[in-house]
Design a protein around this ligand. Structure first.
Ligand code: GTP
Ligand code: MG
Length: 404
């Protein structure tokens, strides 16, 4: 059953486009992009207009295939989510109808199996107008329509984003607060990691690709390249990961209530067959595959996390999930990959004891490790800083109708 992946606003659409650059993602999920600016939509390389939903001042929500779409969907909301909400709130019924139609197919459309979606992933920049203002309505619509788990890839604005830095922080905090009561979990992606770069737009595309790889490795790894663990000699050490595991790792239950967790995601990979592969003498036993230094790989994951977390603070992580992808060679014999060390390292990052360790294959000559580390919000320095900046902004502007 196809899941639903939705990108909202410029940032969200660009991340979704990067995710669907891998064509096998279309087997796993249906993409939807929602935006108020046709120019952003036209930049997408992998997601055609049959997947677009436009936000229009005059029409509310319209499908990408509507005649004259480009004339209705212009302008964006210039970093003012409040302005986006003025259009979205009165058109909420229309939003639900358009989403339902995109997910289930139009009446009379036999190409799609009629079904509900079992899972939704949203992606958006929390600092802007469109994504930040629309996301909670979309999340609420999905919950009301299908009562499914919803995870959010939430991009945080970097503190160095021009004079407007504190305004974007306010947007971000407001958006996260709004979503917190609705969604199951957040995967935070911090643009602060790019704050020292000169040409930030250029790095966006690289960063989006990195996040997309993390998501692909996690999701394609568990759906398409799934392994029957009973055929692997040491398969008993691993869990057969499914979507539920990702959702449960990124959320908390306390006294019967679900509360979203705040996760960082990271990935590192290493090429496993270099030139040695072409030298028959060397490759006789190893078939050219090299030994993997898993400690080094895990160190790389931790410094490449989507949110910068100081070494000791990593140990505040409440839960974690790891997915290791390997070529078949490493599945044949326990000694070829030091999974025990990975397991041991991850014990450090799980205060609740919740750890999931999954294994999947890849046809590439690559070993990759993807990690999800989940925190409580008040244990993430970055969120505390964001809240602080947002509070100062609200005071400066005399905003007093929002709980901080
Ligand atoms: N990582 C990343 N961040 C982005 C990208 N595009 C924009 N951002 C960040 O997202 C925030 C702004 O959100 P956008 O997605 O541009 O805004 P929008 O949702 O289109 O809303 P408006 O244009 O204001 O209506 C800022 O913090 C940007 O730095 C991207 O492709 N990748
Ligand atoms: Mg925009």
């Amino acid at each position: 059953m196809a899941r639903t992946f939705i990108g909202i606003g410029q940032c969200g659409s660009a991340i979704l486009d990067a995710i669907f650059a891998e064509k096998n993602m279309f087997q796993i999920a249906d993409p939807i992009v929602i935006n108020s600016d046709v120019n952003d939509l036209k930049k997408l390389k992998n997601i055609g207009n049959q997947y677009w939903i436009g936000i229009s001042r005059s029409e509310g929500f319209i499908k990408g295939t509507t005649k004259g779409f480009g004339e209705f969907v212009t302008g964006g909301f210039g970093n003012y989510p409040e302005n986006a909400e003025e259009i979205i709130a009165p058109n909420y019924g229309k939003l639900k109808a358009v989403l339902k139609e995109r997910i289930e197919g139009e009446p009379g459309d036999t190409s799609k199996e009629k079904h509900a979606t079992p899972f939704a992933l949203l992606a958006l920049g929390t600092g802007g107008g469109t994504g930040s203002g629309t996301a909670s309505y979309v999340a609420r619509a999905l919950k009301e329509l299908y009562d499914i788990p919803v995870l959010v890839i939430a991009v945080l604005p970097g503190s160095g984003e021009g004079k407007e830095g504190d305004h974007l922080a306010w947007n971000a905090w407001r958006c996260i607060q709004g979503l917190s009561g609705i969604v199951d979990g957040f995967i935070l992606v911090d643009n602060e990691k790019l704050s020292h770069k000169q040409n930030i737009e250029y790095y966006f595309s690289k960063y989006n690709t990195y996040i997309a790889r993390c998501i692909n490795d996690l999701i394609a790894g568990i759906v398409i390249e799934k392994i029957d663990l009973s055929t692997v000699p040491f398969g008993g050490e691993f869990k057969d990961i499914d979507f539920n595991d990702i959702v449960t790792t990124s959320s908390f239950q306390s006294s019967g209530e679900n509360r979203p967790g705040f996760a960082a995601i990271g990935r590192a990979s290493t090429q496993v067959r270099g030139l040695a592969y072409y030298m028959p003498v060397i490759s006789k036993f190893s078939r050219g595959y090299s030994t993997i230094d898993v400690t080094e790989l895990l160190d790389q994951v931790m410094v490449s996390l989507s949110l910068e977390i100081e070494g000791p603070d990593l140990e505040n992580a409440m839960k974690n999930l790891v997915n290791v992808r390997v070529p078949d060679y490493y599945l044949e014999d326990e000694d070829r990959l030091d999974t025990k060390t990975i397991k041991k390292c991850m014990e450090l990052y799980s205060r609740t004891g919740w750890r999931i360790f999954g294994l999947s294959r890849t046809k590439r000559d690559l070993v990759s490790i993807t990690v999800l580390l989940t925190f409580l919000p008040d244990e993430l320095q970055r969120l505390l800083e964001l809240e602080d900046t947002a509070r100062q902004y609200a005071q400066k502007k005399g905003i007093n109708n929002y709980p901080l």
